[in-house]
Design a protein around this ligand. Sequence first.
Ligand code: NAD
Length: 368
Amino acid sequence: MTPVTMLVTGGAGFIGANFIQYWLKNNLNDCIVVLDALTYAGNIENLAPVKHNTHFTFVHGNICDTALVEKLLRSHNINTIVHFAAESHVDRSITGPDAFIETNIVGTHSLLKAAKTIWIDEPKSNGKSILDHRFHHVSTDEVYGTLLPQDPAFAETTAYAPNSPYAASKAAADHLVRAYHHTYGLEVTTSNCSNNYGPYHFPEKLIPLIITNILMNKPLPVYGDGKQIRDWLYVDDHARGIELVLNRGRIGESYNIGGNNEWQNIDIVNLVCDLLNDAFNHNSKLKMRFPSATSAAVGNAQALISYVEDRAGHDRRYAIDATKTSLELGYNPKESFESGIRKTLEWYLDNESWWQLCIEKAERDSSV
Ligand code: NAD
């Protein structure tokens, strides 16, 4: 199916923006239309590197607006949807689940309905064959619930057991995607990925939160005993995984994407502290650029660690078994954690204005 004209939902968010930059660099004949509501997590600046690319179009709008989605599918001859748009922060899903139900469930259903209308129903009612198409849904390992230390990692066959409103809303969306394939023949694939990290990651999530708080000499909040385990994947490896699923994945199937890289939260926090202590030690200019970062400047960012009450219902461990994706599609993460985390750190050191604006925006939003 080449060339691809792709609708990317949520393309102004963290993973969507990295995916778009990756895709346009590696698939020169393809076109991308982004649909994004620019919530607090969406930032048009994340797409600045591609904004002059003639193969790129940005549309400000909501995935719940089915008529708008239908219009975009028709007017741009879209044959592929890659669906990232979501409310994505577990803590926010605990304090305000409604937005998660609306975007993650109702919004996904709106996209499925529009895709079915344009790709299947309209051609059929005009006596034509259905259009070549693909609906790829980007999901999470959190739909599988939580693991004990000795449990095997989540496989695609693991029963769903979502524990947070966020995970439950993503699980519901996964089921709707599956049902639209089974019932209506919509050509879908789903990928379930572990925790991503890298550039453009909103500074409310663990790794960018720790980096930016050290640079502002603010406390580093660690939930409970800090021993929750997550698998971490560099965001470009997620983009490559999705590309493989789009190019080689079997219709109707789900594919796990992971980093084979389990870390306790407290170890991640200590690692980031060590790297920044070291960076300040070896680069005297950093002290001038970040005069607030006094703890890191004296080689002791760890002094900022502050244990806080655990998140309600906090899952203890996630781990991904990506054997199916690796055997069927040839997927393996390329970036080592050591190089990925260094790249990420450098990006945050070089892009202070970006993350300061994110923090201001989040504060403005929460005070409304
Ligand atoms: P993000 O919160 O950074 O970005 C979400 C984007 O969606 C934002 O640009 C936002 O403006 C947009 N959006 C939100 N509601 C919308 C709506 N109703 N209509 C249109 N746009 C809307 O999220 P992310 O971390 O980039 O995650 C992207 C996807 O990947 C999500 O579906 C998430 O569940 C999934 N995922 C994330 C991770 C991770 O580690 N971040 C891991 C696995 C899967």
